[in-house]
Design a binder for this molecule. Structure first.
Ligand code: FMN
Ligand code: NAG
Ligand code: NAG
Ligand code: NAG
Ligand code: NAG
Length: 401
């Protein structure tokens, strides 16, 4: 009887809705909030910083992985600044899904494989340009909300670590200021929002992008309308674009006549549109739901990549397919690469790491490179460029918390 009761209690506990944790408990909070704080219960009275991040920042070395930068930013940034970065659309179901989806798929690790050379196999090409790792800094607006040097920290860190950076049009710094900070030969892809109704404006923007030396245009196509951003609206930091757009595939064709730069379509979320992108000979696409900031209920990029892989895996060889959303660990990167994704974008973690300036951004890049190498090694993958679908069990399993 007692054991039955115990079982019932345990079952009830397992079924009870667990509050969403921004970051899993990996023991960070005592470092942020004092020895008695746990990650389940950081000291509740600790107010969000009212002034600047200065004086609040802990030693940068306590950040051991990507999620740590968010916890630190939440403590140290003004609530409004933190909310702008953190926000997702509506009930943030897709925001949570972006993070959770990776853990529904387990690896099929192999043993007794010589993986000693793994670190020398991280490099990749994106649209034919060489980079040291298969991840890049996603275009996110307003880096100035975390650091006075804003996007300059991204462009310099990307150069130092030889990864790709895609500056956002709605950056704190201008296209020209960011280009000015480039290292010799550094490759940037410029993200743009365009006007469907004013070609003069579009022409001007494209000419500026070309003049700044960008090697590709990243045309964001997943924001046809304003996002319903409840969290952001409370702090008056909603989306930047409030019009209903009139873009079509015909417009895309017109755009290709306005510039010689390759155009990457950012925000593809269905197999049907992947097929159209092939039909229209698009240079590359980014599977993305815009960090879950637009359509709550949009699929995650991992799910779309799985669908492409099931229906026509050859598509991954026909154009460069990139993906972003919720990537927080080396293992997340591996799962996308295993399907044929060329490189993976990271957004929020970079915005939060920027609270430490260039040093934080560089540290994050080095940490993710190291995680990818260690994870690929433990997976028994000797050459990251040869990772393939056999390394993952693609039957979704319930997450364990
Ligand atoms: C604060 C913030 C601002 C963003 N601004 C833009 C933008 O201006 N243009 C764009 O194409 N995507 C933008 N994004 C989406 C990112 O490029 C990327 O798709 C997303 O952040 C990836 O998800 P992650 O943050 O979980 O890594 C933004 C995302 C965030 C978090
Ligand atoms: C931490 O908890 C211990 C034991 O409950 C208590 O004696 C101590 O004062 C607490 N420290 C702080 C900083 O709250
Ligand atoms: C918060 O954002 C504002 C711009 O909206 C910026 O001026 C301020 O410096 C930011 N605060 C911090 C601590 O970075
Ligand atoms: C990329 O690297 C390869 C091999 O190291 C080299 O042959 C090629 O020229 C490089 N491409 C560019 C665009 O630098
Ligand atoms: C179109 O854009 C140009 C350049 O930004 C601007 O001067 C012009 O007023 C715009 N036209 C309309 C109809 O908004």
């Amino acid at each position: 009887m007692r054991s039955l009761l115990l079982l019932a209690v345990l079952a009830a506990r397992a079924l009870a809705a667990r509050p969403f944790l921004n970051e899993p408990d990996t023991g960070l909070n005592p470092f942020l909030f004092g020895q008695n704080a746990t990650d389940e219960c950081p000291v509740p009275s600790t107010p969000q910083s009212q002034g600047g991040a200065e004086g609040c920042l802990p030693d940068i070395n306590i950040a051991k992985g990507l999620p740590d930068y968010e916890a630190i930013a939440r403590k140290c940034l003004p609530a409004r600044n933190y909310t702008y970065y953190r926000n997702g659309a509506a009930g943030e179901y897709t925001y949570r899904r972006n993070l959770a989806i990776f853990h529904q798929y387990t690896f099929r690790p192999r043993i007794l494989v010589d993986i000693s050379k793994i670190e020398s196999t991280l490099s990749t090409t994106i649209l034919g340009y060489n980079f040291s790792a298969p991840f890049y800094i996603s275009p996110c607006a307003q880096a100035g909300m975390a650091h006075p040097n804003a996007e300059i920290n991204f462009v310099k860190s990307a150069a130092k670590e030889n990864i790709l950076y895609m500056p956002a049009l709605f950056a704190t710094r201008t296209i020209e200021e960011i280009a000015e900070a480039k290292a010799e030969g550094q490759v940037l892809f410029q993200q743009l929002y365009l006007s469907a109704t004013n070609d003069t404006e579009t022409e001007e923007l494209i000419r500026r992008t070309e003049k700044a030396g960008a090697k590709a245009i990243v045309f964001t196509v997943d924001s046809a309308a304003d996002g319903n951003r409840h969290r952001a609206a409370r702090y008056d930091v909603g989306s930047a674009d409030s019009s209903y757009s009139a873009f079509t595939w015909e417009y895309y064709v017109k755009l290709t006549t306005m510039t010689k730069l390759p155009i990457i379509l950012k925000g593809v979320m269905s197999f049907a549109d992947v097929q159209l992108a092939i039909k229209y000979k698009v240079a590359g696409i980014i599977l993305s739901n815009h960090g879950a900031r637009q359509l709550d209920g949009a699929p995650t990029s991992l799910e779309v990549a799985i669908e492409i892989h099931q229906k026509d895996p050859e598509i991954f060889k026909k154009m460069d397919i990139l993906a972003d959303g919720g990537v927080r660990y080396g293992t997340d990167v591996l799962k996308l690469l295993a399907l044929g994704v060329k490189a993976v974008g990271v957004g929020r973690p970079f915005m939060f790491a920027n609270i430490f300036g260039q040093e934080g951004v560089e540290q994050l890049i080095r940490q993710l490179k190291k995680e990818i190498a260690l994870d690929a090694a433990n997976l028994g993958c000797p050459d990251l460029r040869e990772i393939n679908d056999n390394f993952v069990d693609w039957n979704p399993k319930q997450c364990v918390d």
